[in-house]
Design a protein around this ligand. Structure first.
Ligand code: DGL
Length: 273
């Protein structure tokens, strides 16, 4: 599969169950400022992290259809839960490259964490239940041992603006304390929302080395487009944000990350909504 160089001007599609994927979008915009980016956040149906595999796959397919209809040259699944369940289904729908966030993060862990060390993984319930990180670790021949913990309370804390609060500290201690006692030094942030609570984690456990997938995924996208001669160069690219519901937290995060510098921000209806 190769892309024509004249497809270079086409946009890159990025999606998440909600606003967490903006952490990945921002990094892609930083690393590839000339790319035109189209983001879809499924704010009407978030969270995906406690839904069944069948539902996560159906929602992801509907978003992919939306992006494919906009003639994207690549799709970045900026959601760990969707990356855990839906990558094969999405790759079966299209010839364009589909990139998840799990492999880039795990590759980074295998390069950074000492061999045979115990690393931590925090993620949604569905991501942990999928064992997608263990499978990726095997694919990358990592010999680190993963201690996993589902952290279902973190996404609502973040979305409600409670990342820096006593409540968050209590919950983080409960989730992370046992891992730290087991000697964990590297912690995989297995949910694209979690970079937004990273400061609180580091305030409580300053020795932890956090691996979030945004940087690694943006670097992998750059390599992938370069290999196919499909990198756009020259003028600054556009950023279009679509959501399935216009929520206050999405508006706030858009401002925080892009300071109003987006070219479009509107509701798009997908699937049966
Ligand atoms: N953004 C999702 C993820 O990365 C978490 C939020 C959700 O549960 O949908 O897994």
């Amino acid at each position: 599969m190769s892309l024509d160089a004249d497809r270079a001007s086409l946009p890159v599609g990025v999606f998440d169950s909600g606003l967490g994927g903006l952490t990945v979008l921002k990094e892609i915009h930083k690393v590839l400022p000339s790319e035109n980016l189209i983001y879809f956040g499924d704010t009407a149906r978030v969270p995906y992290g406690n839904k069944s595999a069948a539902t996560i796959i159906r929602y992801s397919r509907e978003i992919a259809e939306f992006l494919i209809a906009r003639d994207v040259k690549a799709i970045v699944v900026a959601c760990n839960t969707a990356s855990s369940y839906a990558l094969d289904a999405l790759r079966g729908m299209t010839d364009i490259p589909v990139l998840g966030v799990i492999d880039p993060a795990v590759r980074s862990l295998t390069q950074k964490a000492p061999r045979k060390s115990t690393a931590g993984l925090i993620a949604t319930k569905s991501t942990i239940a999928s064992h997608a990180y263990d499978a990726a670790l095997e694919r990358h021949r990592g010999d680190q041992f993963l201690v996993s913990r589902a952290c279902p309370l973190l996404v609502p804390l973040i979305e409600e603006g409670y990342a820096e609060s006593q409540a968050a500290d209590l919950i983080l201690r409960d989730y992370l304390g046992p891992m730290v006692e087991r000697g964990v030094e590297y912690l995989l942030l297995g949910c694209t929302h979690y970079p937004l609570i990273a400061q609180a984690i580091l305030r409580l456990y300053p020795h932890l080395k956090l691996i979030d997938s945004a940087e690694e995924t943006a670097a992998e996208l750059k390599n992938l487009l370069a290999d196919r001669g499909a990198l756009r160069s020259g003028t600054k690219g556009s950023v279009e944000l679509y959501v399935s519901d216009m929520t206050e937290s999405m508006r706030a995060l858009k401002e925080l990350f892009f300071e109003g510098a987006v070219d479009r921000f509107e509701i798009a209806h997908i699937g049966e909504q």
